[in-house]
Ligand binder design. Sequence first.
Ligand code: TYD
Ligand code: MG
Length: 440
Amino acid sequence: MPKSSTQYVCQQCGSATPKWQGQCPQCGTWNSLVETAVMAKTGRGLGSKPGRVKTPIKLSQIKGKVLTRINTGISELDRVLGGGIVPGSVILLAGEPGIGKSTLITQLSLKIAKDSVYVCGEESPEQIKLRIDRLKGTDLSKRSVPALSFLPETDTDSAIASVASLTPAPSLIIVDSIQTMFTADLTGMAGSVGQIRESAYRWQRLAKEQGMTVILVGHVTKEGAIAGPKVLEHLVDTVLYLEGDKHHSFRILRGQKNRFGSVDEVGVFLMTDKGLEEVANPSDIFLEERQTNVAGSAIAVVMEGTRPMLVEIQALVIPSQLAVPRRVGSGIDMRRLQLLVAVLSKRLKLPLATYDVYVNVAGGLNLKEPAADLAICMAITSSFRNKATGPKTAVFGEVGLLGEVRRVGFADQRIKEAKKLGYSQIISPATSKNLSTLIK
Ligand code: TYD
Ligand code: MG
């Protein structure tokens, strides 16, 4: 390989400078220069000889390959992956620090019956061993533990060379985390955009050249994506996000991109003292602590991917002491809450302008679906009127600005799930066209 040097390339306009600067000298954007490795010139300039000549392959000449996926032994994970891991693919597992990425990946490496190498840049093998002991008490001997080995290394090139020299070649490589990996070809610190991108690119090349599956673990921060996995999304085949609220034990694994499956599926887990447990019926747990006969509660039927779930929405409406009354929502979008309060004030003539409104989604779930609108309105109305909703009532539907209830997708699945869990009265766009049903 030719010797490489580095340049600082603006992510906005693409101009390059030899030194780092706070502002791009070309386009003036701040903080847009990222260190990038440049290969030495191959001497193929304008007017010189063309590169290799290749004949394009005809579609009819391409032989279809049957994808044999590797079963991970964790069915919620398999579901999100679209039926298992595709050999030779690169998967990015992203999430906030402390959400459970290492836990999930350790559980996976124990269950999978393949030779795997855990490149640990964050923790020592001893620390991971402690976690493994915690995850499963005794029956480890029966599992494929001997097939799992550890490589404490943060230098990407050494790690790749070590992995590539193994015989037999491991079929699964876990890199935890990509933020700790660096290459000496760049001068930037581990965790900088340039280092993350270059390291990930080198792992990806290993995966494609040697047919190994690589799982990269990446941290995201609340502020977002700058030095995080966002810069890698185009490099990898599959992006999985592990989400949840740290103060609750629910974790949702969501596919953000999947070259080998749909991104509609979600996996649901519960963080316990023995690691992440799979949850086959999330509604059961969301509704576990529900109190019936208390005003201010409504059951919403929401979809997570293609899975219907029943969640409790709680509202508290009390007279306000403030000139501008409070609107506080947890688990729902604030602007959506303000909009629904405005619709309720206008269409149902509720004098909410002098009341504080608090809304909470029980269980720590984050609702982004407008289908929860009707349930939110119902919980608010119920608290305001101090009248409990029926214990067997489940609700879904989007609420429009005119107070109309609008149709949402997957109505049949929602109704089926609600009925399955014993909710006999279902208020949906099919049964009520208007918000006024809520005050009946
Ligand atoms: P971890 O997987 O280390 O998070 P990440 O790799 O995403 O940074 O998990 C962190 C949290 O999970 C930690 O606060 C402890 C908790 N935890 C459990 O509750 N039960 C367990 O069995 C394990 C292993 C961790
Ligand atoms: Mg970790």
